[in-house]
Design a protein around this ligand. Structure first.
Ligand code: ZN
Length: 438
């Protein structure tokens, strides 16, 4: 710069406008220009650094808000687990509003609504979510379960079918689709789905349950087949494959009986009784022959049923059939045996008194001993359970008559209270009697 001042001391005119101009030494002009450039660079730098610090501040704010929301989400889940549904719903709803793509949180909120019984709010949430993230299998599954819960099995089937398309090997989805189809009475459609579930099920316990379910559905599909011939064929095939499933036996026998084929009906009962002398089989066999006035035809099979086991049911059924057949001394002897063995059964938690009193009362009635009959029948009616009542080992519900499906959903489980499993019997003693057909 000194060099410029010394050797180029002349001035140049800098025109500032059309009228004004200043005269400056060259060196001063260069200096001013350089100064201006430096000022510009410095200002730019300062601006840039302050802008980036604003961005950083915004990012930190966003991060803080995000962390706060995650805490809200965590709180929501924790409250859901601890059962504080109001707090859980508030927290999760707040979180989901900001994060509609978090399907897990949406499902947690849906569950909170579900547990509060706010099914309409749950439906709205799930359908909105579906519009946001599309047909996610977990959403479809939840929508299906919700529809089933609201009694709309048709909609549940549509949701679950769509979910199954995405996860064709999911036993859980297949099982729920099966249940929805069955709830709609679409048993023939449910059978192949249940078959796929059995094939997909890996856990042995679940697999056994799926097989039982498949058997029940095949039975329902066969017995409700509008084509009686193909329905009969399907029932016979099912009997061959699952002979222990009692509803098939009873359905085929009652069809044979309705067609006047007593021999086939008897054979069906007899074969099933040999597998296991279930109360309903003994009762139906006796009724089959009683209808034609030939109860004694049932006696050999009933006697057979009493051997090889320590069940009370077959012996009570035999004593009752002896009374009906007019074989009073034999009935007397059987009743005396029953009285003798009653304490042993009682030690095992089995109360045969109501059945025994009923049979003894029927015998007294047949012998025209009315006063004694009244006493015995009265005692039978007020005993620990209703004589020859049925209990479900799955749910312990007690029924006055046999039915193929219990209200708990189980098929073919009912057995006489005196022959039911100890657990079911224990609970059955305190249970009110469910009316047949209810
Ligand atoms: Zn049950």
């Amino acid at each position: 710069m000194g060099y410029l001042f010394y050797h180029n001391a002349h001035t140049v005119a800098l025109r500032l406008g059309s009228q004004s101009s200043v005269e400056l030494p060259v060196a001063a002009l260069v200096l001013a220009t350089l100064g201006l450039g430096a000022a510009l660079i410095l200002t730019g730098g300062a601006l840039r650094s302050s802008a980036s610090s604003v961005v950083g501040w915004r990012q930190r704010q966003r991060e803080r808000r995000h962390q706060a929301l995650l805490r809200v989400r965590e709180d929501g889940h924790r409250w859901l687990w601890s059962g504080d549904l109001d707090a859980a719903t508030r927290a999760l709803a707040r979180y989901v509003e900001q994060n509609p793509h978090d399907v897990d949180a949406v499902l947690a909120l849906a569950n909170a609504y579900d547990e509060r019984g706010e099914l309409e709010a749950e439906r709205r949430l799930l359908e909105t979510e579906r519009a946001v993230v599309g047909s996610e299998a977990r959403l479809l599954h939840q929508l299906g379960r919700l529809a089933l819960k609201r009694g709309n099995a048709g909609a549940a089937i549509d949701w679950l079918r769509e979910a199954v398309q995405q996860h064709p090997e999911s036993p859980r989805l297949l099982g729920e689709l099966t249940a929805a189809l069955a709830a709609e009475g679409r048993f023939a459609e449910a059978v192949p789905v249940a078959q796929r579930q059995v094939a997909a099920e890996r856990q042995p316990a679940h697999r056994d349950e799926a097989i039982q379910n498949l058997t029940a559905l095949r039975y329902r599909a066969a017995e409700s087949d509008p084509d009686a011939t193909s329905g009969d064929r399907a029932l016979r095939r099912l009997l061959g494959e699952s002979p222990e499933f009692v509803p098939t036996v009873l359905r085929l026998a009652s069809r044979a009986r309705a067609a006047g084929d007593i021999r086939t009906a008897e054979r069906l009962y007899r074969d099933a009784i040999r597998r296991r002398p279930r109360g309903v089989l003994l009762e139906r066999l006796t009724a089959l022959h009683a209808a034609s006035g030939q109860v004694d035809r049932a006696l050999p099979i009933l006697r057979d049923a009493c051997s090889g086991n320590d069940l009370a049911g077959p012996r009570l059924a035999l004593a009752r059939a002896l009374v009906q057949a007019g074989k009073h001394p034999a009935a007397d002897a059987e009743l005396a045996d029953l009285v003798r063995d009653t304490p042993a059964w009682r030690n095992n938690g089995i109360d045969v008194a109501p059945e025994r009193d009923l049979v003894a009362g029927e015998l007294a009635l047949a012998r025209a001993q009315d006063r004694e009959a009244a006493t015995l029948l009265g005692r039978a009616a007020t005993g620990g359970h209703r004589p020859f009542a049925y209990a479900c080992p799955r749910c312990a519900r007690v029924w006055s008559e046999w039915r193929d499906q219990c209200r708990c959903g189980a098929y073919g489980t009912l057995d006489w209270v005196v022959d039911a499993t100890p657990a079911a019997r224990g609970r059955a003693a305190g249970e009110p009697l469910a009316a047949a057909g209810a």
